[in-house]
Design a protein around this ligand. Structure first.
Ligand SMILES: Cc1cc2nc3c(=O)[nH]c(=O)nc-3n(C[C@H](O)[C@H](O)[C@H](O)COP(=O)(O)OP(=O)(O)OC[C@H]3O[C@@H](n4cnc5c(N)ncnc54)[C@H](O)[C@@H]3O)c2cc1C
Length: 352
């Protein structure tokens, strides 16, 4: 008989906090991730306020419960056997705007787009519109230091969410509630203190500038258009965005493309033709398929180019052995127009 994953006193404390019906067992995590795959959590709760989130985490820590805090699940691959322990999904989504002060306060489970970004735009507050279309909670955005290119046509630099963060309420890894400023986060590219300390963001305040809503909506439209040419739509081709870390000046996607790996498919997992660094769940993919494909791509790229690709996503829970199937190759849909196709067309027009 296996050990119960969560001690009874911890379950009792969670039931006291949430009510018995909100402490669920054996809950499939696939619907809570943008990959739409992965096994069940032994125990699952949804925190609906920042206080609930803080208390749930305190309970888990005090009882030594193995736990994971899930945002939108846009940067994680959950193992097929699921998660042995407690998954706390962040559904704390309250927001408040102070238009005079130019600030937007949001609980950390608030969804960046469309919710938070549209609220800011409607209030005439600018600074968040650049991140339209990126699936993320506010907490995930600080964890990641959410980033995207500056507006078209120049797109001359990468913009980061740290640029508009004023402060955040956190639960430190020693269970203290504190308000911290931007410097605390030690933001980097795809990096923040949250990768290195078990602090949890409970809420964040963004300091925004007065702006023209029409111009902001234009930026949103242009960014969504940019994404639609490069990123598969999540509803029909679930993904977690880029699988591998950026290689400065070279590009992980470019290496994969140059190795002829677009369209490589193992089980239900496939390298998309839209962007070689994005792998999609073609329907029925398992985490074992995904890991088999990741390892295959790493092996081929290393053999052919000498570069070792490193994954940038989180691997959560228990995994089966990776699939060792030999990949098949799915040809590009002739109707699919990618950013690369448009660039080639523009080049041909310029040369003619
Ligand atoms: C199609 C697609 C396109 C993408 N494009 C971009 C892009 O252009 N730019 C970009 O930067 N990213 C991009 N991403 C990556 C993704 O959107 C980010 O990593 C996002 O910030 C993840 O947020 P989340 O809420 O889903 O976090 P999750 O995936 O749920 O969690 C990720 C990590 O953050 C931790 N975490 C979550 N909430 C908190 C919190 N409140 N406090 C502390 N830790 C927390 C989790 O525990 C976990 O370790 C893309 C992803 C997809 C699927």
């Amino acid at each position: 008989m296996s050990t119960p994953p969560i001690p009874a006193p911890a379950l009792d404390a969670l039931r006291d906090l949430f009510g018995a019906d909100r402490v669920k067992q054996n809950v499939p995590l696939a619907p809570f991730t943008t990959f739409q795959l992965g096994g069940p959590a032994d125990v699952y709760v949804e925190a609906q306020t920042d206080d609930e989130l803080a208390q749930a985490i305190r309970i888990a820590r005090e009882h030594d419960v193995h736990f994971f805090l899930l945002g939108m699940g846009a940067n994680v691959l959950v193992g097929d056997q699921g998660f042995r322990g407690l998954v706390i999904r962040n559904a704390a989504t309250h927001t408040e705007i102070d238009a005079d002060a130019g600030t937007l306060w949001a609980e950390s489970g608030a969804i960046m787009y469309p919710t938070v970004i549209n609220q800011a735009i409607n209030a005439g507050l600018s600074g968040l519109e650049h991140y339209a279309g990126i699936p993320s909670t506010v907490g995930g955005a600080l964890w990641q230091n959410l980033h995207f290119l500056s507006p078209a046509p120049a797109r001359e630099r990468t913009m980061f969410i740290e640029e508009v963060l004023q402060e955040a309420d956190i639960l430190t890894e020693s269970n203290e509630r504190r308000t911290v400023g931007v410097d605390y986060f030690e933001f980097g590219y795809d990096d923040s203190i949250l990768h290195h300390r078990d602090d949890v963001v409970l809420s964040a305040t963004f300091q925004l500038d007065a702006g023209d809503p029409e111009r902001m909506r234009e930026i949103v439209e242009q960014n969504l258009e940019w994404r639609s040419l490069r990123h598969p739509p999540l509803d029909t081709e679930p993904s977690v965005g880029s699988i591998f870390k950026k290689i400065e000046g070279i590009g992980a996607g470019r290496l994969i493309d140059e190795c002829g790996l677009k369209g490589a498919k193992i089980g239900g997992a496939r390298v998309t033709h839209r962007h070689a660094n994005i792998f999609v769940n073609d329907g029925g993919a398992t985490a074992a398929d995904l890991i088999g494909l990741i390892q295959y791509v790493q092996r081929v790229v290393e053999e052919k180019t000498g570069y070792r690709l490193e994954t940038e996503i989180g691997f959560i829970g228990q995994f089966d052995e990776p699939s060792e199937e030999t990949p098949t190759f799915v040809p590009k849909d002739p109707d699919l127009v990618t950013a690369a196709d448009l660039a080639k067309k523009r080049q041909a027009q310029a040369n003619s």
